[in-house]
Design a protein around this ligand. Structure first.
Ligand SMILES: NC(=O)c1ccc[n+]([C@@H]2O[C@H](COP(=O)([O-])OP(=O)(O)OC[C@H]3O[C@@H](n4cnc5c(N)ncnc54)[C@H](O)[C@@H]3O)[C@@H](O)[C@H]2O)c1
Length: 356
């Protein structure tokens, strides 16, 4: 079986490609990336050593995808993944975000149609309504927000399920992903190819450069590794907001199952994330990092909340567990400790990409 991974030099794409390539001799993995992410070129050696063939190309350009070999599956990991992208504060225009994220998916869908490939779309929890998440009934615990009260549809103690509202606002980034999902569904119906949509919460772990737009866990670990003190931003500046997470390798385990069973009777769209047991507030994350890096003192806070921020996001991945026997394989503590250790051991490397 041949698998194409787009955005193959990014954190998620490179780790998924490596895991698939290592899964069996019969799995041939190749990938495409335009190397627009600063530092993404450092993945080239990592990929080569794992037998993943690299093609330089831009998913916004049909001809770049036309030039690639055929595949049985494509895994869509090329995107500008920042929730602030295209909102005027990131240096990236709205049109650029839509072009890369939605335009790129459209070209990949054309590739799938013409080459008879199935598609795994790596979507995001950002497709869920920021307003509805912002209105969740939460009480302030000593270190985190805790859900309490009457929950809206699609929310339970397990977290946010696929039934949760996707009404705007969801951010420009979230909108490109939700639109990609809808387009992919239409293509899959019209042209009859297998489609899996995996909506991930935060994906992070060793190997992630840790810029803020790639998710808070690696960002926090890398900040401390570089001797910086990140700040709690939003919701009063106390660090009570909560996220869950999984590593890209854990996501790859699900994708491996999905591409090996294209006809499996499972819902097309699934939430994948760490769940309550792999969730932390910023304050809890900060305490862990302070302890790991031997840092003392309080952490500063900025009270004002940023656009499209949400106080609480934890994935309910029950459907993925039920239909694919998938759940995170690592404990929260182990994943975070490995991430902090990697950040400490790769300080110089990270500093290069943080513009120090
Ligand atoms: N990191 C997370 O927490 C997270 C969570 C949910 C979903 N995702 C999704 O996972 C995917 C990858 O995210 P990531 O965190 O690895 O980001 P990343 O920035 O590390 O990787 C994205 C890669 O795509 C490449 N790329 C960007 N535009 C391109 C284009 N036009 N043509 C070809 N390559 C292009 C970049 O150079 C980079 O190597 C994205 O689709 C994102 O939406 C990520």
């Amino acid at each position: 079986m041949k698998v194409l991974v787009t955005g193959v030099c990014g954190y998620v794409g490179s780790r998924i490609a490596a895991r698939l390539a290592g899964a069996s001799r019969g799995l041939e993995v190749f990938g495409v990336d335009n190397l627009s992410r600063r530092g993404s070129e450092t993945s080239l050696r990592f990929l080569e050593e794992r037998g993943v063939r690299f093609f330089h190309g831009d998913v916004r350009l049909r001809e770049d995808l036309d030039a690639l070999p055929g595949a049985d599956w494509a895994v869509d990991c090329a995107a500008n993944p920042s929730v602030l992208a295209g909102t005027g504060s990131s240096g990236v225009s709205t049109a650029q975000v839509v072009g890369a994220n939605l335009g790129g998916t459209l070209n990949l869908l054309e590739y799938c149609r013409l080459r008879g490939a199935g598609l795994v779309l790596l979507s995001t929890s950002r497709v869920y309504s920021s307003a509805a998440l912002g209105a969740l009934p939460l009480k302030k615990g000593p270190t985190r927000f805790v859900p309490a009260g009457k929950f809206p549809a699609g929310f339970s103690a397990k977290g946010v399920s696929e039934k949760f509202s996707t009404a705007a606002p969801i951010s420009i980034y979230g909108a490109t992903k939700l639109a990609s999902e809808v387009l992919a569904e239409e293509y899959a119906e019209a042209f009859g190819f297998p489609l899996r949509i995996n909506r991930a919460g935060v994906i992070g772990g060793p190997g992630q450069f840790g810029k803020a737009d790639q998710g808070i866990f690696s960002f926090w670990a890398c900040s401390y590794a570089l001797g910086r003190r990140p700040k709690f931003i939003g919701y009063g500046g106390r660090g009570l907001q909560v996220r869950d997470w999984v590593s890209a390798e854990e996501v790859a385990e699900l994708i491996l199952r999905q591409i090996r069973a294209p006809g499996a009777a499972a819902p097309r769209t699934l939430n994948i994330g760490g769940g309550p047991e792999n969730s932390m507030s910023l304050r809890e994350l900060d305490d862990f990092c302070k302890d790991f890096f031997g840092v003392r003192g309080g952490t500063q806070g900025v009270a004002a909340t940023r656009l499209n921020d949400v106080p609480y996001y934890v994935s309910d991945s029950s459907l993925a567990r039920r239909h694919w026997a998938w759940s995170p394989s690592e404990s929260n503590g182990t994943r975070l400790e490995r991430t902090c250790r990697w950040a400490r051991e790769n300080r110089d490397f990270i500093a290069r990409w943080w513009g120090r």
